[in-house]
Design a protein around this ligand. Structure first.
Ligand code: ZN
Length: 184
């Protein structure tokens, strides 16, 4: 029963065989889907329709995203999305976060857990910001020994080896109730 979902524009039938039903249109020759969904053919009434699949969880503007830093680039970093507004998601989507001044200071490290806010969908990418007090790193470890860290000022200090490093910390740093934290 694993039917591949139709995408908007996909051909699902020809007009000689079926009439257009819900979530479809015809282009004069073929019936096509207008949504992501599974096709459903009413053979008695010869109507083709699409049962829309709830689209994969894509965070919208102003949504709070919590995820793992997956890559650091020059002036930005990527976050693998784990929670959207406190709801776990398994979409595998990433968002891109601008990190102004990242050359001068350490904003985050790969695998840090970070809270960001979505600001735009530009060129097919999800863009987010950390430029608010509660946004930023929620969880990190010592970059030298993977030990537990505590905050001192705007930095984190390893309780094992004493190594100190910068982060853009969230005011919620140390709170691991990610579901509650991200809920609006
Ligand atoms: Zn350490």
């Amino acid at each position: 029963m694993s039917q591949k979902p139709s995408l908007p524009g996909d051909k699902i039938a020809i007009i000689e065989e079926f009439e257009t039903g819900v979530n479809t249109f015809d282009d004069g020759h073929t019936i096509r889907s207008v949504v992501i969904g599974t096709s459903d053919f009413d053979k008695t009434n010869r109507i083709a329709k699409i049962n829309q699949i709830k689209s994969p969880a894509v965070p919208q503007i102003n949504d709070l995203v919590i995820g793992n830093v997956s890559a650091l680039m020059n002036n930005m970093f990527a976050v693998a999305i784990l929670y959207i507004n406190g709801k776990p998601t398994h979409s595998g989507l990433e968002c891109i976060c601008q990190a102004k001044g990242a050359k001068k200071r350490i904003i985050a490290r790969v695998s840090d857990i970070i809270m960001v806010k979505v600001i735009s969908h530009l060129n097919g990418a999800i863009h987010a910001t950390i430029s608010e007090p509660e946004l930023g790193v929620l969880f990190t470890q010592c970059n030298q020994c993977a030990g537990k860290v505590v905050t001192i000022g705007g930095n984190v200090k390893c309780v094992d080896c004493g190594y100190i490093e910068e982060r853009k910390l969230s005011t919620k740093f140390g709170n691991s109730d990610f579901i509650k934290l991200g809920s609006k």
